[in-house]
Design a binder for this molecule. Sequence first.
Ligand code: ZN
Ligand code: ZN
Length: 328
Amino acid sequence: MSNRRRPFALALAAGLLVATASCSSDDATAERSTTTTADAAASSTTVPALEAACEGKRRHVLVVGIDGLRADSIEPAEAPTLDELAASGTSTMHAYAGGELGTPTEQGTVSGPRWATILTGTWSNRHHVTDNEFATWKLVEPNFLQRIKDADPEARIAAMEQWIPVRVLLDGAADRDDIGAGDLVASNAVDELGTQDPTVLFLHFDDVDHAGHDTGYGPDNPAYLEAVASVDGHIAEVLDAVESRPDRGDECWATIVITDHGGLGTGHGGQSPEERTIPFIVTGDGIEVAEVADGPGHDAVAPTVLTYLGVPIDDEWDWAEPFGVPAS
Ligand SMILES: [Zn+2]
Ligand SMILES: [Zn+2]
């Protein structure tokens, strides 16, 4: 298939990556960051890594949304896929939900508003979703999937979600939109990848949040960690399907792992570190390896997806900088 992407001039922001990379006390982390610095410095004299990796290839993004995933519960869980995703790309275990404290963007760590933030690249003060009463939502900001469709009507958008309000937030932007349990989210994603050509595949898994509500969020609860391990298996299935695509060699894929909030006790909604602190992983073809100490808010997901795809971002949208992908 022809490359229908627009020319995409990437101003190399390797320096930006380096500037935000972690100065961790962890030796292994420090070593990774050092390696990244060297790689970035080398690539800055040649071709940006993303451009080099994706030249002449069609770009795709897989967004893996895991509802209610605490950042401190990936490592203790039996989650080799998430571990590998984090280690192979740009990642942080210190991104945040709930807006910026003390500013108009501060808002509860509630699912509906937070998925609205992931999908629109704005906080509740702009998208006006403040609760889970989705029947009364009035969406005033387009989601990023619609913005991609607006820029490229041929782009195929597929979504599988476990929680119906996410469909409301998708607002008809998806060419395919399936609702079902976690195993169905995975199997439908595998089907999509095997039979269609999605530019963006957006997945929402809810069982980790269910486990948190049922028996408690966090690494001290084996049932919660078991739920993380279970979704890790689903993600592995989906990634296998990406790698098995017949034209995989002609494609560039990024995978983003994100969540809407963490949790404390058996709930969420407040501004405690346990509820606010979230993981944010961006990995795939052309993505630098870096562990970032202080990550962005999950309002950076939308600009990250568009930037990777080469879809222009309008200054008027007033979006955050992309994460893990050099800003254009
Ligand atoms: Zn949630
Ligand atoms: Zn919840």
